[in-house]
Design a protein. Structure first.
Lengths: 235, 235
DNA sequence: ACAAAAGTGTTGTCCTTACACCCATGT
DNA sequence: ACATGGGTGTAAGGACAACACTTTTGT
């Protein structure tokens, strides 16, 4: 192979953003402003420029389309098939993010065409974006079984029943509440507050906050959290 | 944003190939044939063409440089920093693979400039390839703790002590041989043969083969194999 | 007073770990 | 006969799952 000019390709980034509103797991989608496929729903996507890193491009694109800043984005997978984009040959680096819907409610204002959809009932998306979402859901289930990442989805104050409904939603099961709360509290990641949330029940449920120091330390650890690894059927 | 021509970038692929020779975990490297950085050691890399998928490009490049075919390659990560390639702006999709060194010994003949290095003593590699190798080692440790993937590294016949020395090598520890073999056998993935390997000891160790059907079924499962998740300190 | 969800306690089972001995064989 | 690594057995402790009842309060 000689040193001729190397081939150049269009490189895109697409962001899968998950959120939780206290009841349902949701997905952030946007109505495409540009051709082709105008007005169809899609993930937040855009092209990587010559002058920026791929990770930076992802942050920039997410911010441009939704106003969201400071969101932790993680690489998911490269979708590089020849025919994935029907218009021109494009490879796409997919990213995914978890955010607390309430916290970003203001940032995600009506200036933007982005909207939350329950993950069970999303519209048909353009290109191979549905595949990307599927891959992201699997990765979320996989990681959440081992790492306490789902706290990213929660507001700064939350109750244990709220967390459980999130786990229940993500795994489509309902965990035993006694064992669930015991396991959760045993991590030492939660700090009990003296306040109660009275919306979900008559009795009210105590609020907790995240012990942030401990959370940071445990992010890179594996916790065997909540769901028994043997019950997972994913890669 | 208007629909102007989208920016185009050079997209490369780099392959990190792990192997095991019965004693040490090894890494396949190649002496670079082309400018720049000629004659320096590097991963197997090349450019993605307009007409091929990224995954296909990875297979093609690995085959071109080493003769290896039919190797399972898995996406590792995209390295997309602006300055990672000192020559021109290039993004690289890194792949990693596990192979049984003996099995591919013939394919990997002297026509090719690829060589095996013990992972502990690899030469300095070009660009950010050392970072890629680090990331691949972590991923290997991570995945191997949960999935029985390390069998990919083993020849069709192998002994339990051999497997253990592989795990010991990968995690830099020495597991208790009694608990190790019990745990391993409890997976039901191994079939005992009537042959013994007499090279490693006077007594000789029984050979086993992989129960392939069961292995395929379990690949997508999580097994909590060998090392206790709590002891892992990796992401 | 009753319905509805929160919260807490116990027990048995299984899995994991730690540890000690015997076995087969080449020299 | 002895040294070397291979192979097995067991008992104690810890983690997990299954399960039932009391508490609080809005209506």
């Amino acid at each position: 192979m000689k040193h001729i000019g190397s081939p150049k390709l269009t490189v895109a980034v697409d962001c899968i953003v998950f959120g939780f509103d206290g009841f349902n797991l949701k997905l952030l989608l946007i109505k495409r402003a540009l051709q082709p496929q105008q007005n169809k729903w899609s993930l937040m996507g855009g092209f990587v420029n010559e002058s920026e890193g791929v990770d930076e491009a992802a942050s920039r694109i997410l911010q441009t389309l939704t106003g969201l800043t400071g969101v932790y984005l993680e690489q998911l997978h490269v979708f590089g098939g020849v025919d994935r984009d029907t218009t021109e040959r494009t490879i796409s680096v997919a990213y995914f993010a978890l955010i607390d819907i309430e916290r970003y409610k203001l940032q995600l204002s009506h200036e933007y065409a982005a909207e939350w959809f329950p993950v069970q009932s999303t519209p048909k998306l353009i290109f191979d974006h549905d595949q990307m979402v599927e891959a992201a859901k699997k990765k979320l289930q996989y990681k959440a079984a081992l790492h306490p990442i789902l706290f990213e989805l929660l507001p700064s104050k939350f109750t244990i029943p709220q967390i459980q409904s999130m786990y229940d939603a993500i795994y489509n099961v309902s965990f035993d509440k006694r064992n669930f709360s015991r396991k959760l509290l045993s991590t030492g990641l939660l700090i009990k507050l003296n306040e109660k949330d009275k919306l979900g029940s008559k009795k009210g449920a105590f609020y907790y906050t995240l012990n942030k120091d401990k959370y940071q330390q445990n992010l890179y650890k594996i916790l065997g959290l909540i769901i028994a690894p043997e019950h997972l059927q994913l890669l």
